[in-house]
Design a protein. Sequence first.
Length: 432
Amino acid sequence: MKYYSLNQHSPKVNFKEATIKGQAPDKGLYFPEKIPGLPESWMDDIEHKSNETIAFDVIKPYVGNDIPDDQLLRIVEETIHFPIPLVKINDRIFSLELFHGPTLAFKDIGARFMSRCLGYFAKERSEKITVLVATSGDTGGAVANGFYEVDGVDVVILYPSGKVSSVQEKQLTSLGKNIHALEVNGSFDDCQRMVKQAFADETLTQKRLLTSANSINVARWLPQQFYYFFAYKQWIRKDTPPVFCVPSGNFGNICAGMLAHVSGLPAAHFIAACNANDVVPRFLRNGEYQVKPAVPTLSNAMDVGDPSNFVRMLELFDHHFIRLKEKLSGYTITDAETKTTIKRVKQNTGYLLDPHGAVAYLSLERYLEQQPHQKGIFLETAHPVKFYDVVEPVTGEKIAIPPSIESILQRPKQSTVIASDYSLLKEYLLQH
Ligand SMILES: *Cc1c(COP(=O)(O)O)cnc(C)c1O
């Protein structure tokens, strides 16, 4: 498989190069040259396939021969080594729980897959690869955990001091070894700016092989297709395909679902569930794409004003607005609605949503009101305990802390505090 840059000014590359580079030299996102189609017979037989087989068959055409089959199968097995259940909430709404991985959010899947691919490619090189990433919370933990002890790969994570939750901070600062946390006295935007400056600084990139681990990297984006297929495998009513509702920020997750659909996954419709950062729902309503600075909300992993992956979605539909609108709807959910949804769903069904899942639940409910014959699945992207400070006051009940988190909270934090000044980051990278 070859990948081209969506900015059209860089040469095509294979999976290995796209993974190592992250972004094309012309700053475009990589996109697969051909979208593989899964045969209908494969789909009809999905209930009888193991998750490992499904994941392998889905990803194999994208990887091509860059990783041998036995190694790829091992990578896939390690990536999805935890349950991904489809849970019935009521007759029409089901939750796809993506939070049973080590850092309790769906980003574990993409991060684990990418880290293992990069680890494989690093073995073939003499040079160490440095993964540089800025995080507002969830990405850092998933990347730290995914890359921990991967040979040949060093990870440097920048996070804004005092602006991530205590669980999130421990997840990215307590591992040590090849994981380095830089605690920046500044905002997430400062961290992001410093990272971008590093990638653009040739005096640095000539000395250090840098790559990014956010969802623009194809090795993080593509494996997110897996669990849409796992959901369909567990879907009982195969004669009525599900509506998929995805809490969206940078739009990597929903875009992977729509890619799976183009490959043959049955789906009635997709819904982009957003908080106040709703550039895409507004675009779907009035055809105008207007980015805004991000505003903080309770579902903070979706506080993105200018979603990087939306260009991939447009490419998937040949920039055909009408065709895109036939498959995709968008909803905007306020913080007040997020809280009342958490409370109401807990009271009526006993199910506890996290703030991101609540945005998706309410969006799906609104869509289904207009579509009386359909049923749907929302993606529950994080465990509610990660956002206990929001959830507990709403329900009035304490959430039990899972043992894995309990032990992380006991571990000492290891971070290097730096000012939000690029020259300090550069100095750090050149010395380590
Ligand atoms: C990152 C994240 C999202 C948003 O996913 P995108 O792929 O950026 O759209 C939603 N929910 C949670 C819990 C997240 O961590």
